[in-house]
Design a protein around this ligand. Structure first.
Ligand SMILES: [Zn+2]
Ligand SMILES: [Zn+2]
Length: 342
């Protein structure tokens, strides 16, 4: 199936590249700067296909069976703008960050004398089993995401970047795109490293990104359905991820540290962070300074997130795994320190 999907995908990328991206780059005299338009066309297409599927499929689902009823959806508007911004930022990320990163990585492997075709090729006869190779790579990618996401919640400077995603009180079908762009660069480089170390095929990588993004988009929808008692132990569904977005409950202070999985919920079940069976809870963050994101536009939100990040990143406490809050000047304070000011 992946071969067929990858084939159609490359046909679409070729067409889009030849009839849209190439001519626009030539018109703007940017073709010499960017070279091959295929990578830009592919990144743009990933974004556009996502927007179309969310708008035509996931958004109607929210109307059909909402997990929460909102008086108005005003808070969700900014997440839609994040989604459109990501369509434009995707090619920039692919070109300005990921391509040079992959080249530097390949050169580094070359320099230390390691083969550049990845760990997967050490498995005997793996080339005859492309589905197995893809499944192994996918599992490694998803496991890496799980631990990265745990770190985003545990390490103060990383939480300072990630908490913008959690500041949304009305988690909805567009919320997956509501992220700090610096965090996006960081995440992409880390996950690309997993791909490079494993030696994943470039054609499969695009399909993987798109499928992963779609599962995440679905997981953020304001819908009350799940995948059932067996499949929800394997794959992240809207009910599962919604609990990850719950605001902290003072009566059960550790409850919100749950459901970190990206696509596979297996890791949460394996490492003891899975939570099932709770009714939908209030979403958002309890830190009033971070919650103020809800009154801000996209760019201002990025700016305040960078300020919080920089304050945590440049302090010793910002590197020690612990729960933190922020003061009005975006400085991070270990959570609980306010109660006992010294
Ligand atoms: Zn999170
Ligand atoms: Zn989320």
């Amino acid at each position: 199936m992946f071969d067929v999907l990858a084939y159609w995908w490359w046909l679409a990328v070729d067409w889009f590249s030849a009839h849209a991206v190439g001519p626009v780059l030539a018109f703007a005299h940017l073709d010499a700067l960017f070279g091959e338009p295929e990578a830009i066309a592919e990144a743009l297409l990933i974004g556009l296909v996502q927007i179309a599927i969310i708008g035509c499929l996931f958004r109607p689902l929210e109307k059909l069976a909402p997990a929460e009823r909102w008086q108005d959806r005003r808070l969700t508007g900014v997440d839609l703008r994040f989604a459109f911004a990501l369509v434009a930022l995707g090619p920039l990320l692919a070109f300005v960050v990921l391509s040079p990163f992959a080249r530097a990585f390949g050169n580094a492997l070359d320099w230390i004398g390691l083969p550049a075709d990845g760990l997967l090729h050490y498995i005997p006869h793996i080339d005859e089993h492309p589905y197995l190779a893809f499944a192994l790579y996918y599992a490694a990618n998803d496991l890496a995401y799980y631990w990265m996401h745990r770190a985003q919640h545990a390490i103060p400077w990383w939480w300072a970047l990630h908490n913008m995603h959690h500041s949304q009180r009305q988690v909805n079908c567009w919320t997956n795109s509501r992220v700090s762009w610096l965090d996006l660069v960081l995440e992409s480089c880390l996950l690309a490293t997993v791909g490079l170390v494993m030696g994943v095929d470039a054609g499969q990588f695009a399909v993987l990104v798109l499928l992963t993004q779609l599962v995440q988009n679905l997981a953020h929808t304001n819908t009350r359905f799940g995948f059932g008692r067996v499949f929800d132990k394997l794959i992240v569904d809207p009910r599962f991820h919604r609990l990850h977005h719950m605001a902290a409950d003072p009566a059960r202070p550790n409850l919100h540290n749950c459901n970190f999985g990206q696509v596979l919920s297996i890791w949460d079940n394996l490492f003891g962070t899975a939570l099932y069976g709770e009714p939908p809870r209030r979403n958002g963050v309890d830190d009033a300074i971070v919650d103020a994101d809800n009154g801000r536009g996209m760019s201002v939100m990025q700016w305040y997130t960078l300020r919080r990040f920089w304050s945590a990143f440049t302090s010793r406490a910002g590197w020690k795994p612990q729960s933190i809050v922020f003061d009005t000047r975006s400085r991070s304070i270990p959570d609980g320190a306010q109660a006992n000011p010294k």
